[in-house]
Design a protein around this ligand. Sequence first.
Ligand SMILES: O=C(O)CCC(=O)C(=O)O
Ligand SMILES: [Fe+2]
Length: 391
Amino acid sequence: MNVWSMEWSLSFPNFIIESFQITQHHRVCNPSRKKKSPIHLQHSFFPPLMEVSTSPILVQPITQKSSAVPPQYIQPPENRAVKAPTQNPSNPNIPMIDMCPDRNTNLVRDEIARACTDWGAFHVINHGVPIVLMDEIRKVGSSFFEAMPLSERICYACDANATATEGYGSRMLVASDDAVLDWRDYFDHHTFPLSRRLPSRWPHSPSNYREVVEKYSDEMKLLAQKILGLLSTSLGLSSSFIEDAMGELYQNITISYYPSCPQPELTLGLQSHSDMGFITLLIQDNVAGLQVVKDAEWVTVEPVSHAILVILGDQTEIITNGTYKSCVHRAITNANKPRLSVAAFHDPAKTTTVRPAFEPHRYHQVLYGDYVSSWYTKGPNGKRNIEALLI
Ligand SMILES: O=C(O)CCC(=O)C(=O)O
Ligand SMILES: [Fe+2]
């Protein structure tokens, strides 16, 4: 047993029992089979400490048990979020682009080009995605985390020993056992190609959960294709250039839930990173927490309920030869309210090689599968992975 687990066991003995039960529940419940009652496992024995020396699996149960942040969630001082000045003229709001079909396409394209050059991220409105659908996915997502009992939620736990598996978890970005943990739980859905889409693995409740995620996934794919077309033409490429280079589109939808945190000054909801793929389309609830880097400063992306945030990923930086940079972002925590976001990631197949569209190449070409493996083994740490490809 390491020192950390000893301290943990002294300060949080109830939680140790509970985290062990979570692991056990995961093994016995399968949402597609008849539900088994977890009751028979509860308090059946006190687990030996050796077996529970790993970190807790989920964040949400900690917040219900403790007023202190466990040591594994404490960020080193250089990574902590210092409060941004409320009004800072060098920190303007992220660009807002009106995609209304009545607008002149050249104008929209120019605005997108400027936003991609200056920020690597921008809000879109009048994007064509029904606002009711955006509200519905936020609603079914928060119902999963807040209305479904933990004993049922845990039936959907992802495989904690593999990376990027579908389901309910907390450790997507964690590269090693001694990495600082994110103050976030999530549900990850595999949605495209359709052969990966298995709604029976998604939450059964509320009753419209699966239908809403499917519809939302279809809408996000259409919007992603539209935006990739505009990115391509804004660089003088044919409108299908990036989509063709991407090949078969892989889409994951991650609903992130950031519980309120007793010591937000010590933690991060999600560490600083850029997304691996081409573009991410993100919506948030009305609780601020997402921050992006602009001119070496962290800027908060204020929630706009009907807007969708477009975040450029590393493959877009590679294919545009660095004309458009991927956006470094993170999520901070707060002491008062949980926060929810829904991210739709659009990536190539792992067998696709991505290379710059312009000469001379400033980045090495990369097999996307290799890029993903390096991201998961080294961890994101801002832009470390893409910088390794610079020529
Ligand atoms: O929750 C957010 O606002 C950010 C989520 C995110 O960056 C991610 O999942 O990659
Ligand atoms: Fe991200």
